[in-house]
Design a protein around this ligand. Structure first.
Ligand SMILES: NC(=O)c1ccc[n+]([C@@H]2O[C@H](COP(=O)([O-])OP(=O)(O)OC[C@H]3O[C@@H](n4cnc5c(N)ncnc54)[C@H](OP(=O)(O)O)[C@@H]3O)[C@@H](O)[C@H]2O)c1
Length: 271
């Protein structure tokens, strides 16, 4: 059976996912609609997607009857469209997971999906181990720590720069935040997708420790996760290859393509 897929967002991630669906690389999926704010800017691109509705109107997008809507547009778009998507009868695949650090939004979405019999799927995005962490969370988890190291320039225009005006001159790793995932989301909203996902998979946003470093010894972001619990321990490091968009690693679009293969095909490895 073919899974009818709608995409919110057609930027760095959405476009690669859309092309993979079109080219038969994303399992048994059919791309039926694309929702963006400025479809006119995609006029040249959309010509390569015959029969796919490119629109800025949520009603026109949902009229294409997607069974699954993939959000690849950011937290404001997620907050704007979630309820409408679920009420239209589609499941929702989320990348802007950081939006769920807003507890009342999270509670509303989960309750609505439950009431409507829909599913909200949080994509693994740029981090590994979410499967293991959520398995371990069935038992008792004692400690979960997510550490993110970024080159100093990557902390420009964040509270870290106000606290450390000479941050770009540091010569050794500088700890700029240590606290729980929910507070890191409030102070560093651009860094929340992975910490929120790790928090939601494990012991929650208020018990997951987050450490953020400005690290002059690395050329690109390094993500470290450690988990301790009654079912075992986990320690790993992920260094994602960058894309042309400095905020989005190359692995993100393939992480969605992998999920579409699982959701539409006969075999799901690692559920
Ligand atoms: N979970 C993770 O690990 C992870 C990692 C990286 C990124 N992300 C999330 O993925 C999002 C997209 O990343 P990207 O690199 O593809 O961004 P991008 O290249 O900037 O593309 C964003 C796309 O979303 C559309 N868009 C933005 N706001 C919208 C709205 N309100 N309604 C409809 N469409 C909207 C934009 O088109 P218009 O301008 O025409 O609207 C554009 O097509 C990020 O914002 C981030 O939240 C998650």
């Amino acid at each position: 059976m073919t899974l009818r897929v709608g995409l919110i967002g057609f930027g760095t991630i959405g476009r690669v996912v859309g092309e993979a669906i079109r080219d038969g690389q994303a399992g048994h999926c059919e791309l039926v609609g694309v929702l963006v704010r400025h479809p006119e800017r995609l006029a040249g691109v959309s010509a390569g997607f015959a029969g796919v509705a490119f629109t800025s109107q949520a009603e026109a997008f949902l009229a294409q009857r997607p069974a699954l809507v993939v959000e690849a547009a950011g937290q404001p778009a997620l907050k704007q469209y979630t309820e409408q998507v679920l009420r239209a009868g589609a499941d929702l695949f989320v990348l802007a997971v950081g939006a769920f650090t807003d507890q009342s939004f999270f509670d509303r979405v989960v309750a609505l999906a439950d009431q409507l019999g829909r599913r909200v799927i949080l994509g693994s995005g740029g981090i590994a181990g979410i499967d293991w962490i959520s398995s371990a969370a069935v038992g008792r988890l004692d400690r979960v720590t997510y550490t993110q190291r970024k080159p100093p320039h990557a902390w420009r225009h964040t509270p870290a720069e106000q606290q450390h005006p000479n941050i770009e001159q540091v010569t050794e790793p500088l700890l700029i935040f240590e606290g729980v995932a929910r507070d890191s989301a409030r102070l560093f909203p651009e860094n929340t997708n992975i910490s929120a996902l790790v928090g939601l998979a494990g012991i929650g946003l208020d018990r997951t420790t987050v450490k953020l470093y400005a690290d002059p010894t690395i050329p690109a972001n390094v993500n470290e996760v450690t988990v301790e619990g009654e079912l075992g321990t986990l320690r790993f490091e992920v260094r994602n290859a960058p894309s042309e968009n400095p905020k989005t690693s190359r692995i993100i679009a393939p992480s969605v393509i992998k999920a579409l293969r699982h959701l539409s095909g006969p075999l799901w490895v690692g559920a």
